[in-house]
Design a protein around this ligand. Structure first.
Ligand code: ATP
Ligand code: ZN
Ligand code: MG
Length: 511
């Protein structure tokens, strides 16, 4: 059983006289029962919160509260604040100026004993004694006590203990379907082939490529196929979402619970005034160099980052809206700009880059509508990969992205297999045999449930349950999946593909 012990100070607007002290103590002992019992189930009375100490001296009331799981001490402290305010105000014309949690000791049961030390913000000390963890917090303000921080700290602590045991186990993966075997026309690495032809140039920055005309034509062909074979027939319409995403949006989507190490952060200048920048400008004029330190001094704090996935701003666009029921399912897509992720050492060829192009379809509707859209999308995808690309591919259930970001790996319950993420993977023969090599995830499709429609308060006019889903079509990954099996000679590409390709651009001859 968890034990939460909080010492809280209520600072009064002025001192309470001795007679008042007596009266107040009396009120508390006679009337505080409701405060202490509310929310505690009948069969858990052993976990009733208790006031173990009460001290009134001058202008401070100090209370020590002990609780179990239900009606937690911090919640009781706030109920007590209202109770005290009422009596103090009515009878003595005294207000409560400030509430401070002096110390908060969380005594938590452990099923597994953590192997390594754990640190958590706001927590001064964590000590492990037998099968208990004791977390000590100090000097907590009222906001901290009001806003569920303590509950989140407890959850985070247990998550971190759990993570020490599954660490490295990676994500859940379970095959759903597989296309028929297709004999590849090559076993060469597409990026190396494209480089050899001079169709690609690496850089100028990490994880970026310059795509010469032939590769640009290929990427655009992929885009055309996605739009004409999948999105248009299914009634998706194009939107153009901003590509610089403020933190406020990611706070809502939860991308800030794990994507941080991959985000490209954006900081605007502190001023548009040329005089502020004069030194930097002059330094460049003299040395022809960018003085990065001087530039950094003139930058504001980051306001957000570059697009990580395209759906967050699409949800934002509908934030707080009640949408007429006749509109569902809403189907839209964005293909208007690149996404950025700091892949660091994970970069590989053109398939795993820091700057890449995706098309992201997003759909919002009733659960049964979403199930239907997902089925239809999967049908259209299958058509493209079987009949236009003629490649070998498969699908798998994986840890949903919205869980992976927070380090969770479990998959939704078997019966709830509607929600979750399907990864699409292609065989890359240059990596090895179809049985043994690692396949390339080239796109995914997720049904998220009501997580984002709730987070952004998107409602139907009939107030029905709304779900959402999205799919990330990676254009570089489509291209690599295709070239890895079909090679880089357009002569050998399937007829249906060539229809979309049109005239393939000739490449500039370098000497
Ligand atoms: P991975 O496990 O390969 O890192 P992810 O789980 O991070 O992929 P998602 O966030 O699910 O990828 O993004 C969806 C799609 O975006 C991927 O299927 C892929 O097509 C594309 N994508 C993601 N990261 C990259 C990248 N670094 N380079 C190119 N395409 C990418
Ligand atoms: Zn998405
Ligand atoms: Mg990734």
């Amino acid at each position: 059983m968890m034990k939460l012990r909080l010492t809280v100070d209520y600072l009064l607007s002025r001192q309470l006289e001795e007679e008042g002290v007596h009266k107040l103590k009396d009120y508390i002992s006679r009337e505080s029962k409701e405060i202490l019992t509310k929310g505690v189930p009948k069969d858990k009375l052993s976990e009733l919160p208790k006031i173990i100490e009460l001290n009134i001296s001058k202008d401070v009331i100090t209370v020590e509260i002990e609780s179990g799981t239900f009606a937690r001490s911090h919640a009781v402290a706030l109920r007590l604040k209202n109770f005290l305010s009422m009596h103090l105000g009515k009878e003595f014309k005294i207000g409560i100026k400030k509430v401070t949690g002096i110390t908060y000791t969380l005594n938590l049961d452990l099923e597994k004993i953590p192997k390594d030390p754990i640190t958590i913000p706001f927590v001064d000390k964590i000590s492990i004694q037998d099968n208990k963890a004791i977390l000590t917090l100090k000097d907590l303000d009222e906001e901290f006590l009001t806003k569920n921080y303590v509950d989140r700290i407890i959850n985070l602590f247990y998550d971190k203990v759990e993570a020490q045991f599954w660490g490295g186990k990676g994500e859940h993966w379970e095959i759903i379907s597989k296309s028929k075997d297709i004999e590849p026309l090559t076993n060469k690495d597409p990026t190396l082939e494209l480089l050899a032809k001079g169709w690609l140039k690496q850089g100028p920055s990490q994880g970026q490529w310059f795509y010469h005309a032939p590769v640009a034509a290929l990427l655009r062909t992929m885009e055309k196929i996605a739009v004409q074979e999948i999105l248009n027939p299914l009634g998706f319409t194009e939107v153009i979402a901003p590509k610089m995403v403020p933190f406020e949006i990611w706070e809502k989507t939860g991308h800030l619970s794990g994507s941080e190490p991959e985000i490209y952060y954006v900081s605007p200048p502190i001023s548009r005034d040329a005089s502020v920048w004069e030194e930097v400008i002059d330094l460049y004029k003299i040395t022809k160099k960018a003085y990065v330190d001087k530039i950094r001094e003139r930058m504001r704090n980051p306001i957000g980052g570059m697009t990580y996935a395209q759906c967050p701003p699409m949800y934002w666009a509908f934030e707080g809206k009640t949408i007429d029921d006749s509109e569902f399912p809403l189907k839209m897509y964005d293909k208007s700009g690149p996404s950025y992720r700091w892949e660091a050492g994970g970069r590989q060829g053109i398939e795993r880059v820091n700057e890449f192009w995706r098309i992201e379809p997003l759909f919002i509707g009733y659960p049964d509508q979403l199930i239907e859209i997902k089925e239809k999308m999967m049908e259209r995808y299958a058509y493209v990969f079987d009949k236009i690309f003629e490649i070998e591919w498969r699908t798998a259930w994986v840890t949903p992205f919205y869980m992976a970001q927070s380090g969770q790996i479990g998959i939704e319950k078997e019966t709830e297999r509607i929600k979750g993420t399907v990864d699409y993977e292609s065989w890359i023969p240059s990596r090895g045999s179809r049985e043994e090599s690692e396949w390339l995830e080239f796109q995914n499709l997720s049904i998220v449930g009501d997580k984002y429609t709730k987070a952004f308060s998107i409602k139907s006019s009939k107030n029905k349950e709304l779900w959402s889903g999205c799919s990330g079509i990676g254009l570089q990954r489509w291209t690599v999946s295709f070239l890895a099996q079909k090679g880089v000679d357009p002569e050998n590409w399937p007829k249906e593909f060539k229809k979309y390709l049109g005239e393939f651009p000739k490449h500039i001859k370098f000497v």
